[in-house]
Design a protein. Structure first.
Length: 319
């Protein structure tokens, strides 16, 4: 393992572990067929379906793992990471970009080699990188940061990075940058500040990798479900994981609540559409350290059918 002068790891080789996980049949829940993969995540996040591989990738933030599931066999691969991880970007090259604490790194999943693409916020020791998404054409990796201390301040930001590792700041003053998603037509960027319960909306310029002035689009408090990770479906609904309320808040284009979907885990963290027809909804979840015990769906990966269709996730470097 080698490191940079800032303390950010520049290159290392990761260990891969493989097992098989049999899904638990939750049954028909709120009108949807549901399975739960008991993968025992501490903080599952950033699910992303790879259409070419027919695999789901996601992370365990505090468990410091990248995971990959083959739903056809139940095979789960886990790469142990050297630090906490906030999000991933699947690449056209076959690599996976990982937003670790203070840097974006590229993983070759065949060899296990992890290399540094670019350091980010290594001058902010109390921050870490968080949620992120590949832009609609695959040209950019848009991700955010957050204050990782118990008593948080608005030291987080929203960034845009090119395939060459060039970084620009899109917005500052966030406590916990989260909820990043693009409209189906690629013209709008949504993001949230989970700590303050705010979801923002801004015009998005895909060619230049920049956004217009963001405005507060909606407010989701503790009771409604603070806005964690999110995705958008083909009809324009914004699916927000209500991490504090055990639900998914489905908002229409005007920010009106289209549907509140309770889920059988106490703290869902992020939804993502996948499957061959983008008609399967995967939902990650977490387990809080102060819970006396965890239910079978807490820390599990949920899989729902019948929720609609999502826009296939772009691979970084496609454009």
């Amino acid at each position: 393992m080698t490191g940079s002068g800032s303390g950010t790891i520049s290159e290392t080789t990761l260990r891969l572990r493989t097992d098989r996980v049999s899904p638990v049949v939750v049954g028909c829940h709120e009108g949807f067929d549901m399975l739960a993969y008991p993968v025992a995540n501490r903080v599952g996040e950033s699910p992303c379906w790879h259409h070419g591989q027919e695999r789901l990738y996601w992370i365990d933030v505090r468990g410091q793992q990248l995971l990959r599931l083959d739903p056809a066999t139940g095979r789960v691969e886990r790469w142990d990471l050297p630090d906490v991880v906030g999000s991933i970007a699947l690449c056209q090259s076959g690599e996976v970009w990982l937003a670790l604490r203070h840097g974006v790194h590229a993983l070759d999943t065949d060899s296990g080699l992890l290399r540094l693409v670019a350091s980010v916020e290594d001058d902010r020791p109390d921050n870490r990188l968080n949620d992120g998404k590949v832009s609609p054409s695959g040209r950019w990796f848009v991700f955010g940061s957050m204050d990782d201390r118990p008593r948080k301040e608005p030291t987080g930001a929203l960034y845009c990075m090119s395939l060459q590792g060039e970084l620009r700041t899109l917005w500052r003053g966030l406590v916990v940058a989260n909820g990043i998603a693009f409209s189906a037509d690629g013209s709008t960027l949504y993001f949230s500040d989970s700590a303050r319960g705010l979801v923002f909306k801004a015009d998005w310029n895909e060619q230049r990798g920049c956004m217009g002035e963001p405005s507060i689009w909606c407010v989701l408090d503790e009771a409604a479900g603070r806005p964690d990770g999110a995705t958008v479906d083909t009809v324009g609904h914004y699916w927000s994981a209500g991490v504090s309320a055990g639900c998914l808040n489905v908002l229409d284009r005007s920010a009106a609540l289209h549907r509140k979907l309770p889920v059988p885990c106490r703290a869902p963290t992020m939804p993502a559409f996948g499957g061959a027809r983008s008609d399967v909804l995967f939902v990650t979840s977490l387990v809080r350290p102060d819970w006396a015990s965890a239910g079978v769906c807490d820390g599990a990966l949920l899989m729902l059918r019948g929720c609609g269709h999502g826009v296939p996730a772009a691979l970084l470097g496609t454009c």
